[in-house]
Write a protein that binds this ligand. Structure first.
Ligand SMILES: O=C[C@H](O)COP(=O)(O)O
Length: 243
């Protein structure tokens, strides 16, 4: 299964987390040297995948050292045309991306344009057949009902995952509540990627318990370092956001 949408029953070990984390570097001013250091750290951490900006592709296979490349389309606003997102995704796949995380058109979601949302996701889906496609909803800016029907649109359009956040929305990143709504909406048929503001192992565990099957994280080293720490008594929702 491409979306690892299995129910969250297995123990959340650090190895499972590393196998299901997209170690992320999407800061717009990232330099080539910073990318090089990030990839070296990713190999050291033992993650399976890195999520980087499409302008960084293709990546020297030696620098990748077996890491799979995830990239983004229409990032971070999502306000690009469907054609632009589809072309960006197709180019990224030609440049070595194995998975593409597209940002949904939030204006269309806010307008209640279910057909338009589904059509743009399908446009990207059709542009990259056989490549894992995730749909970023930017859930902190959506109502519960908007999250739920957007997930249904993503499923109908053939996406493999729904994903909470870009990590760049001032309104916030992933929340337990949003992940739960998404997991309920896709019912295990699609994966659920929690991303944005996940900073500790306790955050990751809460997301997993809510139904996350994948994590988008830039604080991967800190999460791994905090793995054996006791969980804090009070659950705090990650705030997310780089701005
Ligand atoms: O897509 C992934 C996010 O950009 C990661 O957000 P983060 O830097 O808050 O972990």
């Amino acid at each position: 299964m491409t979306n690892d949408a299995s129910a969250p029953t297995e123990e959340l070990t650090v190895d499972w987390f590393l196998a299901n984390a997209d170690h992320t570097l999407l800061a717009p001013a990232t330099t080539r040297d910073e990318l090089h250091d990030f990839l070296a750290a990713a190999r050291e951490l033992g993650v399976a995948r890195v999520c980087i900006s499409p302008s960084m592709l293709p990546v020297d296979p030696e620098a990748l050292g077996g890491l799979e490349v995830v990239t983004v389309a229409g990032f971070p606003s999502g306000a690009h045309s469907a054609e632009t997102k589809a072309a960006e995704a197709a180019l990224a796949v030609r440049n070595g991306a194995r998975e593409v995380d597209m940002v949904v058109n939030r204006g269309a979601v806010k307008s209640g344009d279910r057909a338009g949302v589904e059509a743009e996701i399908r446009a990207v889906r059709d542009a990259i057949p056989g490549t894992v496609l995730k749909v970023i909803l930017e859930t902190a800016s959506l109502s519960d009902s908007e999250i739920a029907w957007s997930c249904a649109a993503a499923e109908a359009a053939g996406a493999d995952f729904v994903k909470t956040s870009t990590g760049f929305d001032p309104a916030g990143g992933a929340s337990v509540e949003a992940v739960r709504i998404m997991a309920d909406a896709v019912g295990g048929r699609l994966g659920v990627k929690a991303s944005g503001g996940i900073r500790t192992a306790a955050d990751a565990r809460r997301m997993r318990e809510a139904g996350a099957t994948r994590f988008g994280v830039s604080a991967t080293a800190a999460i791994v370092a905090s793995w054996e720490e006791p969980a804090p008594a009070a659950a705090s929702a990650p705030s997310g956001g780089h701005y």
